[in-house]
Design a protein around this ligand. Sequence first.
Ligand code: NDP
Ligand code: OXD
Length: 321
Amino acid sequence: MNKGALALLVHGGTENWSPERWQSRFDDVCGDRRVLRLPDPALDPAEVHYAAVWKPAPGELAAFPNLRVIFNLGAGVDALMADSSLPNVPLVRVAVGDLTGRMTEYVVLHALMHHRQELYLRACQRERRWQPRSQWPASAISVGVMGLGTLGSDAAEVLARIGFRVAGWSRSARRIEGIECFYGAAQLEAFLRRTDMLVCLLPLTPDTRQVLNRGLFAKLNRNSPLGAPVLINAGRGGLQNEPDILSCLDDGTLGAASLDVFETEPLPPDSPFWTHPKVVLTPHNAADTDPDEISKYVAQQIERFEAGGALENVVDRERGY
Ligand code: NDP
Ligand code: OXD
């Protein structure tokens, strides 16, 4: 019997999201299942049982009448949740060690960069100035991680191992050894008041849109060796109010920011973030999804599902993540 086909819809536009690269990985791991890279004029939509997608156009998935599962090729599903015609089948997201490790690398890199005064030291080097400032220990800095899910909890644990005082904030109560855990709107202020360096790894949902705004930054701790609070956002651009970040950097409410994500991506050439002296920016590559790892993850899930097993990491559509 013919196995239902897997349709590949990848619209990322960057090197990591090259549809050809994803197709060749899926061809390798899908055995005799047909992998159809869209657009394909010869495609019979009824053949498609599975879709592996990154930023499909709204309405694209509604074209498959026999769709059984949608596999998002990244961790964040905000682009899919914005599609009101998304078929009502299980939506699976990525939660794998490879991606988690990459994100933790990014968070640790940027936390250490601010903690070890790298912006100041690089400026000294450019200006040939031998002027070390005194350096405090990691234990003098309180890091607060917004989002204690797959990514946030791992980053929090590694930061704690380095010696930072780490807390986290989530929607529901969490217990993680060595991390002070806060949750819900009622505990947000207490979490912010003790935070010197704020790391955001929240999903973008109607509840979290623009949560990173002036009102929130004003509640961060101002009495730390850093001088002013630091923001690190690798969640989504829609989590941040960008004019607020710029004005808070300019008036000292924030001391510096590492930003991997932006409301408009690619970041427009005339954005003030490109040249802001207090901003370290990266082009949404904090944690790439690796086609080798993720194609295997999807193929294994399909195999288990067809054998009657449960899918893993299914998105809760009510919560939006
Ligand atoms: P998870 O779903 O595992 O974790 C999400 C966390 O956010 C959970 O702790 C959840 O709380 C918390 N949360 C959600 N809504 C709220 C809310 N309203 N108030 C407080 N806490 C909330 O997601 P991941 O850790 O896997 O990924 C997080 C995000 O990282 C992705 O959605 C994506 O946007 C982004 N990402 C960015 C990448 C990049 O390269 N820049 C790469 C990969 C992901 P609870 O624990 O109670 O459910
Ligand atoms: C993701 C991403 O959500 O790469 O996985 O942003």
